[in-house]
Design a protein around this ligand. Structure first.
Ligand SMILES: *Cc1c(COP(=O)(O)O)cnc(C)c1O
Length: 394
């Protein structure tokens, strides 16, 4: 494909690795587990990894590879791996770079399951999570030691909306010869280059913006090749031994989703800005959006994400009861988790996503009982706004 094509063209027109015998325009769904070989030597080459061709769909499948090829072309990554959920991608990157006696330097501001993966699951295998304020550079530098495997963060934390400086964290990580691993789910990789900001490995829940309309779970590891053991471990060990590679059905959905990602994101992120600005004028509610000049991380977000702020905003209400009332009053907006669906979604994170954490843990994570999270969808903005206003009782 022409190297000069822009991202939106790549997202649509990336060619298949092999021409389809029927000239199919859509990538076929290769619903097969195994692949037949012409001879013993080809078979040996495939099974030993000397030649990268599919031999078994736990490890490689043409439909999934096509999705990965698109992501590779869009990001300039050295290697892309797809998994059956964002959590599977996150688990696999930690399995690739950490182990007993190692530690992961990160923030308490994490997606709930990522936090629990570190503090419960990986802890049982002797991996330590070192929580630090990632916006305090000296503190980050101080907690890194010879056993640190990476700095791990989310580019916009959810629901706190903290944005750390990726360039500075990358400098610290590289000074210690460890990778900077970033969960970039909150801003599509078509909108900014994590690589240019010094990120070594991106993980993405492709369930969100990419799937487009919440059609399929998915996760990605996007590896820029700066720490070669990442590729080696995932490709030749974890895909085989962990078995959480994406299914061809999910890859088909997500590949279709990628085609419309930019168009959807443009509308959704604009809708979110418009709603945040309108709500900003109301005294009954405090609205948090990175798009607002008043947000403490507005400038760094603007700089890192190319003037794009995502489609999530949060509302702070008077009490926890006021949050329940708001959720119960909604008529159009869906009472649901997930982010960046075509439909606008609202949730009270304190009692749901973080519902099984203790009040002390939630306080340490800055998850407030008075906070509502809204993922702004593709509906008409007036209808979304009117529903928020009526649900607030205004
Ligand atoms: C949703 C989400 C995940 C987990 O992704 P799944 O696809 O649901 O497993 C991880 N990180 C962030 C920031 C998310 O929003």
């Amino acid at each position: 494909m022409d190297k000069n094509f822009k991202k939106q063209t790549i997202a649509i027109d990336t060619p298949f690795a092999r021409r389809d015998p029927y000239g199919s325009i859509s990538i076929p769904i290769y619903n097969t587990v195994a692949y037949e070989f012409e001879n013993a030597a080809d078979m040996a080459d495939a099974f030993t990894g000397r030649v990268l061709v599919p031999d078994y769909s736990r490890v490689m499948n043409p439909t999934v590879s096509y999705f990965e090829d698109k992501v590779k072309a869009l990001t300039g990554a050295a290697n892309v791996f797809s998994f059956n959920s964002g959590m599977a991608a996150i688990s696999n990157i930690f399995l690739a770079i950490a182990g007993t006696g190692k530690n992961i330097v990160t923030s308490r501001h994490l997606f709930g399951n990522s936090y629990a993966l570190l503090t419960k699951t990986l802890k049982r295998f002797g991996v330590e999570a070192r929580f630090v304020d990632l916006t305090d550079i000296d503190a980050v530098d101080a907690v890194i030691d010879a056993d640190t495997s990476c700095i791990y963060l989310e580019i916009i934390t959810n629901p706190q909306m903290e944005v750390a400086d990726l360039r500075v964290l990358s400098e610290i990580a590289h000074r210690h010869n460890i990778p900077l691993v970033a969960d970039t789910t909150m801003i599509p990789f078509t909108k900014f280059s994590a690589k240019e900001l010094g990120v070594d490995v991106e993980v993405v829940s492709s369930t969100k913006y990419i799937s487009g309309g919440a059609t399929a779970l998915g996760g990605l590891i996007i590896d820029y090749g700066t720490f070669p053991e990442v590729n080696k471990t995932i490709r030749f060990e974890l895909l085989f031994n962990i078995g959480s590679y994406m299914t061809p059905q999910a890859a088909y959905m997500q590949s279709l989703g990628l085609e419309t990602l930019d168009a959807r994101y443009r509308v959704q992120s604009q809708n979110a800005v418009w709603i945040a600005r309108r709500l900003e004028g109301l005294k009954e509610v405090k609205v948090n959006s990175l798009a607002l000049d008043s947000h403490p991380y507005h400038e760094i977000a603007n700089e890192q994400f190319g003037g794009s702020y995502g489609a999530m905003l949060t509302l702070e209400l008077a009490s926890e009861q006021a949050c329940y009332d708001f959720i119960n009053n909604l008529k159009l907006i869906r009472r649901a988790t997930n982010l960046f669906d075509n439909k606008t979604l609202a949730i009270h994170p304190y009692s749901t996503i973080f519902g099984n954490f203790t009040p002390e843990e939630k306080a340490a994570m800055d998850v407030l009982p008075t906070l509502i999270r809204i993922s702004v969808g593709l509906e008409d903005i007036e209808d979304i706004y009117d529903d928020i206003i009526q649900a607030l009782g205004l």
